[in-house]
Design a binder for this molecule. Structure first.
Ligand code: GLU
Length: 507
């Protein structure tokens, strides 16, 4: 199998297009086939190299690698349409020679007027065929006289076009509603329908998986394949990715591009897994239970192994960010801590916690990540979960009226004092030492459960709520011992926190 993803570099990679890329990639990888990246940049005004670079970066981030493409070798290149203009010219000439195509001299103004007429009188707005009837000599004379014609494909009128869509089943188009499409514009630029056929044929693409917004192009493309003597590939048109209101996912629904989801702190494996589930459901792995959450979360190689077009539905897929967040939580829980620490760095900077950690610093953050990974949806929530490490202030905590109220109780005050005294001589705390200290405080004060641990939490984290103390306390004390060279902002240890809190409480 040879499959391709053929983005137009006219903006960011939309998640709907990323899903299209993914489905092609999954089928290629699952079948031992070839995945090709082709850049469709013939629209000179709207295409840019920046957009191409952004799309390539996003595909790489998602892990969708290609075997042939603009930056990879391959026997079917070049892989940028702007570098293939000679091929389109030559096939257009061939079609002209065989009378499958003709020169069209109609001006834009003329065509607009015809279209408006047609729409006004309820006829389909298709090309009226004015230049279809010109003889070769008439056309040649007008070109010699200086006119610059477009080239149109002469759509055969005699038969309907039917194709077996791998997702939608048989699709039929009546030949007489298909107007003769332009294949090469007057300025020499190939039209999408033409370039895509020449490229898919020459690149020996066997399966074209794309959005259903292209389905009305497919009959023209099939007729072009036939006129050029090529065999059409298998087509599979995917329903579009919709927003919650069932209109195509767009900016007004919020984030739409892969880049936006990345910067919100989703992991690529979560986005890939989630996108695979929009419109596709995993096949029962064999005798086992199908359906259910556990069945939907799987690494990408397993997705590729299980992916098949016959399990792709044709009803619209709704993009549900809640479900993406659910997938992300799963992957955050199982991801390597050091990787998460690296990935979280930009979010600390955004949150105003500047750091340039070295290896020890990363190891520390990886350790501290245990406080965050089980309780956040996205990486951009990590700094808030770890803020207790960096911005401790006993005075600020005690300014909170609820905390002051709690600290009016003798029991709470006794816990603060006992904790400060116990810690004054204790070494840095790991989980076991922390438990031992908490037991000492319990024995000395008679406080237990919430009456014991809530004041301890306030003292050591400066907050009424947060991660488990068993996780937070060892992280605080490990942070307190870091050398400055680790590149982590200074962290006040538990001993110093307890001291400061007890002092502040006396004021
Ligand atoms: N360049 C087209 C697009 O981005 C590709 C369509 C196709 O896959 O044929 O929509």
């Amino acid at each position: 199998m040879r499959l391709r993803f053929a983005p137009s570099p006219t903006g960011q990679l939309h998640v709907g297009n990323a899903r299209t890329a993914l489905f092609n990639w999954l089928l290629a990888r699952g079948s031992g086939g070839t995945f090709i990246l082709r850049i469709e940049d013939t629209d000179v005004e709207r295409s840019s190299r920046e957009s191409e670079a952004a799309i390539i970066r996003d595909l790489r981030w998602l892990g969708l690698d290609w075997d042939e493409g603009p930056d990879a070798s391959g026997a079917h290149g070049p892989y940028r349409q702007s570098e293939r203009l000679h091929l389109y010219q030559s096939y257009a000439k061939e079609l002209l020679g065989a009378e499958h195509a003709y020169y069209c001299f109609c001006t834009t103004a003329q065509l607009d007027a015809e279209r408006q007429d047609a729409v006004a009188s309820g006829r389909p707005a298709r090309y009226a065929g004015t230049c279809r009837r010109l003889s070769r000599d008439q056309a040649a004379a007008r070109i010699i006289a200086g006119e610059r014609p477009a080239i149109r494909f002469r759509v055969p009128q005699e038969h309907d076009v039917v194709f077996a869509d791998a997702v939608r089943g048989d699709v039929r188009f009546q030949a007489d509603v298909i107007g003769d499409p332009i294949i090469v514009r007057a300025d020499g630029a190939p039209a999408y329908n033409f370039a895509v056929v020449v490229d898919d044929a020459l690149m020996e693409i066997t399966h074209v998986i794309r959005g259903e917004d292209h389905i009305s192009n497919t009959p023209r493309q099939i007729l072009l394949y036939e006129a050029l003597g090529f065999t059409p590939p298998t087509f599979a048109h995917l329903s579009l990715v919709m927003g919650p209101d069932h209109s195509p996912l767009s900016k007004r629904h919020g984030a739409t591009s892969v880049a936006e989801f990345r910067s919100k702190g989703y992991l690529p494996e979560a986005l890939v897994n989630y996108l695979a589930l929009i419109g596709w459901s995993p096949r029962d792995a064999g005798g086992g239970r199908a359906g259910g959450d556990d069945d939907e979360l799987m690494p990408v190689d397993e997705l590729a192994r299980r992916f098949s077009l016959d399990r792709v539905g044709h009803s619209a897929g709704v993009f549900d960010e809640e479900k993406l967040a659910w997938a992300n939580r799963h992957y955050l829980k199982i991801a390597d801590s050091a990787r998460l620490a690296e990935l979280a760095l930009p979010y600390f900077n955004v949150a105003g916690v500047r750091m340039t950690p070295d290896e020890d610093g990363i190891a520390f953050l990886a350790f501290a990540m245990s406080m965050a990974r089980a309780s956040v949806d996205r990486l951009n929530q990590v700094p808030a979960r770890l803020a207790l490490l960096f911005d401790y202030s006993a005075e600020a905590t005690l300014r909170d009226p609820a905390v002051r109220e709690e600290m009016r109780g003798d029991g709470a005050r006794a816990v603060v004092t006992a904790l400060a005294e116990e810690l004054a001589s204790a070494p840095r705390l790991d989980r076991e030492r922390f438990r031992a200290v908490a037991n000492q405080v319990k024995a000395r004060t008679g406080q237990k459960a919430k009456a014991l641990f809530h004041p301890i939490r306030l003292v050591l984290t400066g907050r009424a709520e947060g991660p488990e103390l068993d996780l937070a306390v060892p992280a605080i004390d490990r942070g307190a011992d870091l050398p400055a060279s680790a590149g982590i902002p200074p962290i006040l240890g538990c001993r110093e926190r307890a001291q400061a809190f007890a002092e502040a409480l006396k004021q």
